[in-house]
Design a protein around this ligand. Structure first.
Ligand code: ACM
Length: 538
């Protein structure tokens, strides 16, 4: 049946269920939104109407119901010759069952209009029981380095849903761009959303594109993204990166920077890449500014977690700044690392007071982790292990395993060759729970996600190439109960992928083909430099 991610249990019996003009949807309480979604995708793809009610004499029935006994996000899909049952443990479970149903049909079920109107649609008679390994199955999209127009974000939500991924982490701000509209501070998008030109390739590349780049999401755009995600049982986790990666905000409001050591009024939205010394001033006024920013965003993003970044904050300006040093003395903290820790703790308390939880990159462990904070473990597994042992929740996303901007092969044909080679098989063999953890500590690994940084991914097409098919492997790692990496059935996954490529083609995904990039997907190698040696494991 070539299902991806692989369900927990499947049984086939021979025979088929036929979807036709007489097929009706019988919808139980709690399953209505999935019925609406199913009509919305299968209607256009098949040309069928799927009227409500029981099929009876007139035709077959698709029955959607909720049975809480199955558990969170779990589902059962039972296909007989006349009746097809989608039963979810909750509304999300019904939705994931519907995603499986779509994969049980011909790949043309993923198109938006029929290619032929005279064909029949069948589903094999089968019985599937399924539930996810993790409840955080994520994808982080960097929309700061290169803007992804709203339509592209909605498309990625559809693609995530097709793979049963349920967390979209949006990296909304960075040195090179500020993307969410904040009504109280209009210059964040008037100024911070635009840069005059962009480095083409990595930092050492000599090339510039010599044209402006930018864009932003209005608050209505963000509300639409959140609602669209909710309809697909996906939570959007917004990230406002502080106190590093903040030059776009400083370009808009120079008082946010360390104005006693640099001329912050002269800082532009950064046009190139790398870890940047121009970080936020650790002042009370900065805290108030970001509280006001977060307050507007909390109103838009209803999820429990709010990501405050915390990664790659060089401390040299704080060391040189009399104001930052005075702040260290005033707070009675030991040094610059402890100052960053105090800043993160401030927002941890601020978010907790509002019923939310802070999540940050693993640097937030330096100088002591705020109580209740969760960690995105990106610098290998070590941060995640330390956090889990200290009783903090962890999302495993080590760069050596699941950074999808890293190159997919050796050789001159790969577009901008970033870092080390990470193949589809490497991602398939990624294990989110380190063997060092005890069972109780491992409970703190609440899930995993793949991250895609877009310094060199300058268009939605380039993002497709980097993300697919590797995100498909991550989705299976996150959902399916796979054995240890060495025992995973890679050739079985490859065989299922052959069927899955036809689905991605029908969806219009411009993935990296198994044989290597298509001519338009190649980019000259002068734009970057791969790293030598084997990729890091920890
Ligand atoms: C990161 O890659 N700086 C989180």
């Amino acid at each position: 049946m070539d299902l991806i991610p692989q369900p927990r249990r499947t049984r086939t019996e021979g025979g088929t269920f036929e979807l036709g003009a007489g097929t009706r949807l019988e919808v139980g309480r709690g399953a209505e939104p999935t019925a609406r979604w199913l009509r919305g995708v299968l209607g256009p793809a098949t040309g069928l109407d799927f009227p409500a009610g029981a099929g009876g004499e007139r035709g077959s029935t698709v029955r959607l119901t909720v049975d809480p006994a199955l558990g969170r996000e779990a589902y059962r899909l039972t296909v007989g010759p006349d009746t097809l049952r989608l039963t979810g443990g909750d509304a999300a479970g019904v939705f994931w069952a519907a995603q499986t149903l779509r994969q049980l049909m011909d790949p043309a079920a993923f198109r938006r209009a029929p290619v032929r109107r005279d064909r029949t649609w069948t589903v094999p008679v089968c019985d599937i029981e399924d539930r996810p390994r993790f409840h955080w199955r994520g994808f982080m999209l960097d929309v700061a380095r290169h803007f992804m127009p709203k339509d592209g974000v909605l498309r990625h939500l559809d693609l995530m849903a097709a793979h049963k991924l349920n967390v979209l982490h949006l990296h909304l701000t960075d040195d090179q761009g500020w993307r969410p509209e904040i009504t109280r501070y209009p210059r964040l998008t008037e100024v911070g959303a635009w840069r005059h030109r962009t480095k083409v390739g990595l930092r050492e590349s000599p090339l510039w594109d010599e044209r402006p780049h930018g864009g932003y999401y209005t608050q209505d755009d963000l509300r639409e993204i959140v609602a669209y995600a909710e309809d697909r049982h996906i939570t959007v986790v917004p990230e406002i990166d502080i106190p590093g990666h903040s030059q776009a905000a400083i370009a808009a409001y120079p008082e946010l920077g360390n104005a006693d050591v640099v001329d912050t009024a002269a800082l532009p939205v950064l046009p190139h890449w790398g870890v940047n010394p121009n970080v936020l001033a650790p002042a009370e006024a900065t805290l108030r500014f970001y509280e006001n920013v977060l307050a507007e965003l909390l109103d838009i993003f209803p999820g429990t977690f709010f990501h405050i970044g915390g990664d790659e904050c060089p401390k040299e300006q704080w060391r040189a700044s009399p104001a930052a040093q005075a702040r260290i003395a005033e707070l009675g903290v030991a040094d610059e690392d402890a100052l960053q820790s105090a800043l993160i703790r401030h927002f941890d308390r601020w978010l907790a007071d509002r019923g939310r939880r802070l999540i940050g990159w693993d640097e937030i462990l330096e100088g002591g982790l705020a109580e209740g904070a969760a960690v995105s473990s990106w610098q290998g597994y070590a941060g995640g292990i330390a956090a889990a042992r200290a009783g903090h929740d962890v999302v495993m996303c080590p760069q050596g395993q699941v950074y999808l901007d890293w190159r997919q092969a050796d050789g001159p044909d790969e577009p901008v060759p970033i870092a080390h080679v990470r193949t589809l098989e490497d991602v398939y063999r990624f294990e989110p729970v380190p063997a060092e953890l005890t069972a109780a500590e491992a409970e703190h690994v609440i899930g995993t996600q793949a991250n895609v940084w877009t310094e060199v991914l300058d268009s939605p097409r380039a993002v497709d190439y980097a993300v697919y098919p590797r995100l498909v492997a991550l989705a299976e790692v996150a959902w399916s109960h796979l054995p240890a990496p060495a025992e995973r059935d890679w050739s079985g996954f490859e065989a299922r992928m052959r069927a899955h490529y036809a689905r991605l083609d029908a969806l219009g995904v411009e993935y990296r083909p198994p044989g290597g990039p298509l001519p338009w997907q190649r980019r000259p190698g002068v734009l970057g430099r791969p790293l030598d040696g084997p990729p890091p494991i920890v």
